[in-house]
Design a protein around this ligand. Structure first.
Ligand SMILES: *Cc1c(COP(=O)(O)O)cnc(C)c1O
Length: 451
């Protein structure tokens, strides 16, 4: 009863994100009463295994006792304070830790309060850096097709997923888009295992032709997540680092989705052994508790803004909730769990178990075009026809219908078009993993009327 009333009020007052609200007529919002570990519980007593970590943010489960405790402690100390001229211990400790664990050379931490804002910070920093250096023509950003960097106007400009940005194109920045690696349908006929990223030639050509106009290249290292967990080889990143060095262009790594262990290493850039000039972090940073983001940059960039008052070289960017102490405390507790529980090592077995199980179900499956995996990200791409890799047309909403069936099975998946993915919190155990994969395939097979 309480569920129905809440749903009615919800729809009376709330406009939900990333949704066609009309869908909610036959599929009202699931109102969650509580969360515990990898599970969410609604007001009717149904539980859902959160296989998407609540939009990729939750690393160590809902209501994690250690993170809860840290936030409660901070709450009685200081909830928030202006971050210009003022500071606080959680932010200082967090910045020190972040500098320590991010790739070498990233030494200064700029705080913001959500992923898109961190991307805006990075773009503005690069733009301003080049303006101040007298390179007034360097005003453009290079990004990959199928990229996703957030929803604010600057971040959308470097994104390239029609669903999110097509309608806004007239109001977006003019950016240079380079075809992204497409390993599932590789036009170069490469195998994933041996690929040296020949597709990088397209990036090379674009940058060579326009480097006078370019201030930065921004990429999601190794996984274009929102595009459907498109995984590409680390060689692409090594080549990109070298190219950016050659033309003195900033390399911005948007690790908002892949940072904090998702790919099996703390940061995806580590797979290629590179340091970007700036790294954007958010999502898992606070263990999925509170909004917080960081743009971590090199000393070189920081120094270019450091001067007396002859010129206005300061970076005049701020958000009201910049460096919120509660969020910093959550982030510190999250990083402590990484240290204390040897999480990256523990995740290897979990990742292997997911792979083994999925492969046993996917073997010979008529509609699974590919299973791809890196660390704690696993993705199934559905196709109409395995030989031609023909996708299902988007208006069939195959993913959405499987999503609904999975919910009935007690599993929260949230497919991206034809791609179903597993991105569970790192605290899932053997049983959870078995539940997750078994139920996902039950939902898939129900949809296709397969046994
Ligand atoms: C989610 C995401 C963002 C945007 O973060 P928000 O906190 O949702 O604004 C940016 N880049 C990538 C790669 C993301 O996955």
């Amino acid at each position: 009863m309480i569920m129905k009333e809440l749903q009615k009020k919800d729809l009376q007052y709330i406009w939900h994100p990333c949704s066609q609200m009309k869908d909610y007529e036959d599929f009202p919002p699931i109102v969650i009463e509580k969360g515990e570990g990898a599970y969410l519980y609604d007001f009717t007593g149904h539980s859902y295994l959160d296989a998407v970590s609540s939009w990729w943010v939750n690393l160590f489960g809902h209501c994690n006792p250690r993170i809860n405790k840290a936030i409660k402690k901070q709450l009685d100390q200081l909830e928030h304070v202006i971050f210009a001229n003022f500071s606080h211990q959680p932010a200082i400790e967090l910045a020190e830790k972040i500098v320590d664990i991010t790739p070498p050379g990233l030494n200064k931490v700029f705080f913001a309060d959500n992923g898109s804002s961190a991307v805006e910070v990075a773009l503005k920093l690069s733009f301003q850096y080049h303006q101040q250096a007298g390179q007034h023509n360097k005003t453009k950003f290079v990004a990959l097709t199928d990229a996703y960097h957030g929803e604010t106007v600057g971040a959308l400009s470097v994104g390239d997923i029609d669903l999110y940005n097509k309608i806004y194109k007239p109001m977006l920045l003019d950016t240079i888009k380079v075809p992204s690696p497409d390993c599932f349908r590789c036009p170069y006929g490469q195998e994933r295992s041996s690929c040296q990223a020949p597709c990088f030639e397209q990036m090379e050509r674009a940058v060579e032709a326009k480097h006078h106009e370019i201030c930065a290249v921004i990429v999601e290292p190794l996984v274009q997540a929102a595009a459907g967990m498109k995984i590409y080889p680390p060689q692409y990143l090594s080549k990109l680092r070298a190219l950016c060095n050659q033309y003195k262009i900033h390399l911005i790594a948007d690790e908002i989705a892949v940072g904090f262990g998702r790919t099996g290493k703390m940061f995806a850039c580590e797979h290629a052994n590179i340091s970007p000039d700036m790294i954007c972090l958010s999502k898992g940073l606070t263990g999925g508790y509170l909004p917080l983001s960081l743009a971590v940059v090199t000393d070189e960039i920081y120094q270019a803004f450091y001067c007396d008052y002859k010129e206005l070289k300061a970076f005049m960017h701020s958000h009201s909730y910049t460096g919120n102490p509660l969020a910093c405390a959550a982030a510190l507790a999250t990083l402590k769990i990484f240290e204390e529980d040897n999480v990256l090592e523990q995740n290897k077995a979990k990742s292997a178990q997911i792979k083994e199980l999925v492969q046993s179900f996917a073997h010979g499956h008529p509609y699974i075009g590919e299973f791809r995996q890196i660390g704690m990200i696993g993705a199934l791409e559905l196709v109409q026809d395995k030989a031609s890799k023909e996708p299902f047309s988007w208006d069939k909403r195959v993913g959405y219908q499987i999503y609904q069936k999975a919910l009935q099975e007690g599993l929260l998946l949230r497919p991206l078009g034809n791609v179903l993915y597993f991105m569970p919190p790192y605290i899932v155990n053997d049983k959870d993993i078995e539940f997750m994969v078994t139920k996902a395939f039950r939902a898939i097979n129900q949809y296709f009327n397969l046994p």
